[in-house]
Design a protein around this ligand. Structure first.
Ligand code: SAM
Length: 289
């Protein structure tokens, strides 16, 4: 589908009086070649449904409407953007619905039929809590193609031993394979943000080990909460740190950033056993809490 008849995005913004709001994290992409490139890298296949968070004036949404997606559901909190999207909704011939809602309070699994993907230039102030929510049911999605501020994307991609490696790296890399798709300078956006941005694509890991996710979260929170300390000290808040480390076959003098994902999973299993919720990990191959 081509959308040649639509007004330029700058005109849409002008006629809707859509002055970018900081509170809504609004940094718009107005270059359709760029939004098409992002969507091309998202791997949308015919028959798939796509959820977009924060369509704004619709730059990325236009590229999604041009893609083979069967259906696009865009969730936007700013009512002014919904008005600005009217001509695109009409041009999309029933394939695009725009819902006025808070993405943080939206259940995308019941809203969007499977097979489903998410493609979004996220509002940076809520990007991490949104991602953590989706990771908790990652198998419900074929892929997530998401724009983050570069510093957050670096944490998602960070290998053990690097300075950016932390709680978010462990939870994300346990749940999904993460790939860097594209880097964007501030000047690609209107208005330009203060930071660089990175698009990453996450796909559920088929080889993931079963684990009780809240326990994995507890272990990573304790370990990285005092990342400079040795694990025998940083894990004390969980109780029986020495016993946990012995059961997980981990040297007590190591620090959190030296452990790979498998080691954190072993620690979570040891903590589950200690707390008597060891059965959860067998019964819960999904990562729902
Ligand atoms: N997709 C557009 C683009 O690429 O040009 C806009 C991206 S802008 C970075 C983030 C968008 O998310 C804005 O349109 C903003 O209004 C919207 N937004 C902010 N907070 C939101 C929330 N809690 N729920 C849904 N949308 C939100």
């Amino acid at each position: 589908m081509t959308l040649d008849g639509l007004p330029p995005l700058r005109e849409v913004i002008r006629s809707a009086g859509l002055r970018a709001s900081k509170a809504f994290g609004q940094n718009f992409l107005l270059d359709l070649n760029l939004t098409r490139r992002i969507v091309a890298r998202a791997g949308i296949e015919p028959g798939m449904s796509v959820a977009e968070i924060g369509p704004g004036p619709g730059g990325l949404t236009r590229a999604l409407v041009e893609s083979p997606a069967a259906r696009i559901v865009a969730v936007e909190k700013d009512r002014r953007c919904i008005a600005a999207l009217e001509s695109l909704i009409e041009a999309a011939d029933g394939r695009l619905s725009v819902i006025e809602a808070d993405a943080l309070a939206t259940d995308f699994v019941s809203l969007v039929p499977a097979p489903r993907a998410i493609v979004a230039n996220l509002p940076y102030n809520i990007a991490t809590p949104l991602l953590i929510g989706w990771l908790r049911s990652i198998d419900d999605f074929d892929s997530l193609t998401l724009m983050f501020q570069a510093e957050v994307a670096d944490r998602l991609l960070a290998p053990p031993g690097s300075g950016a490696y932390g709680r978010l790296s462990v939870i994300t890399q346990w749940a999904a394979t993460v790939r860097r798709v594209m880097e964007l300078p501030p000047g690609a956006f209107t208005p330009p943000p203060k930071v660089r941005s990175t698009v990453v694509r996450l796909t559920p890991r088929a080889d993931r080990q079963a684990v009780h996710l809240p326990t994995l979260e507890a272990v990573t929170a304790a370990a990285f909460g005092q990342r400079r300390k040795m694990l025998r000290a940083s894990l004390k808040s969980l109780g029986a740190a020495d016993q946990l480390l012995r059961a997980a076959e981990i040297e007590p003098t190591l620090r959190a950033e030296q452990l790979d994902i498998d080691a954190f999973v072993r620690l979570a299993h040891a903590l589950s056993d200690l707390r008597g919720n060891g059965q959860d990990q067998a019964a819960a191959p999904q990562i729902r809490p």
